[in-house]
Design a protein around this ligand. Structure first.
Ligand SMILES: *Cc1c(COP(=O)(O)O)cnc(C)c1O
Length: 294
């Protein structure tokens, strides 16, 4: 897939003599996060290979992964079931409406049941209720997702650093596996505590040319403040690139702050992966009544 990569200019980049490129995998779809696309690719093929015509997966009410799974399943002629954490709230928010419009059947479970979602017992109950399905974990990260995410990079992506936002770690794991040993991959977690994430990424990868920088997550997952909102809106106004408040906005703020703090050596180059996520902005705008690029 040919994906646009664009160099962006910023006073601090010029001052520090660092080049920054953005790979626009968000452009794959206006609503479905680009990285989710790569992560689903081989899972969809595997479901078909196993003769299963229904995908089942999990997520919260604003999950990018839920929306992406519904859309991808529909496109490939598969059915989809979304197990949603918590109670149904009507009217449905944009994410869940999008999922239903793309043929997903939603099933709400209590927060305590949701925690059991990987137990054999819970999965048996779901099978009894819905019949056979191809299971995709919450966030969509599994071996096949990582294989797909590795295709986010191609051979021309030879920058010194590759930066990406991190949720469950599948995307960065694929990118790490596809990077070369002269490159350093930097992950910006969207969650505060990330011990499990570190362990998962270690299990999914075979090199050590990566690190996590957790200084830009703010108060935690999907928590935003006015500085971040201002930054995102200004970035959109100057570069015409919409960032989101959960993943890519925090990453970009982090990259530019690290440049200002001389983290990157002079004459080095950075590739930032724009994974998408505008989906999340719709949710935030609906919930908080703030203005973010949509
Ligand atoms: C889901 C998502 C991520 C995180 O991907 P993981 O593979 O779960 O780490 C990053 N950016 C955006 C925009 C996303 O929607």
């Amino acid at each position: 897939m040919k994906i646009e990569t664009k160099e962006i200019s910023f006073p601090v980049l010029k001052e520090k003599e660092v080049r920054l490129f953005i790979k626009r995998i968000d452009k794959i779809h206006p609503f479905v996060s680009g990285n989710k696309w790569f992560k689903l690719k081989y899972n969809l093929l595997e479901a078909k290979k196993q003769g299963l015509n229904t995908l089942l997966t999990f997520g919260g009410a604003y999950s990018n992964h839920i929306a992406a799974t519904a859309f991808a399943a529909q496109e490939k002629g598969l059915k989809s079931i979304g197990i949603i954490r918590g109670e149904e709230h009507l009217p449905l928010n944009t994410t869940l409406r999008f999922a239903i419009e793309n043929g997903m059947k939603l099933h709400y479970v209590s927060r305590s049941d949701y925690r059991e979602k990987t137990s054999a017992n819970f999965l048996e109950k779901l099978k009894a209720q819905f019949g056979d399905f191809y299971l995709i974990p919450e966030g969509g990260s599994n071996k096949l997702a990582i294989k797909g995410a590795a295709e986010i990079l191609d051979s021309i992506d030879n920058q010194d650093y590759i930066c990406c936002a991190v949720g469950t770690g599948g995307t960065i794991a694929g990118i790490i596996n596809a990077s070369n040993n002269k490159q350093t991959v930097i992950g910006f977690p969207a969650i505060k505590g990330f011990e499990q994430l570190k362990k998962d990424v270690r299990d999914w990868t075979n090199t050590v040319n990566y690190k996590f920088i957790n200084d830009y997550v703010g108060n935690g997952y999907a928590k935003i403040n006015i500085d971040l909102v201002d930054f995102i809106n200004e970035f959109d106004a100057t570069h015409n690139i919409p960032l989101d408040g959960i993943y890519t906005g925090k990453m970009m703020l982090g990259i530019l702050d690290l440049v200002a703090k001389d983290y990157f050596p002079k004459a080095s180059s950075i590739l930032a992966i724009h994974s998408g996520g505008l989906q999340g902005n719709k949710g935030m705008s609906e919930r908080l009544g703030i203005k973010l690029p949509l």
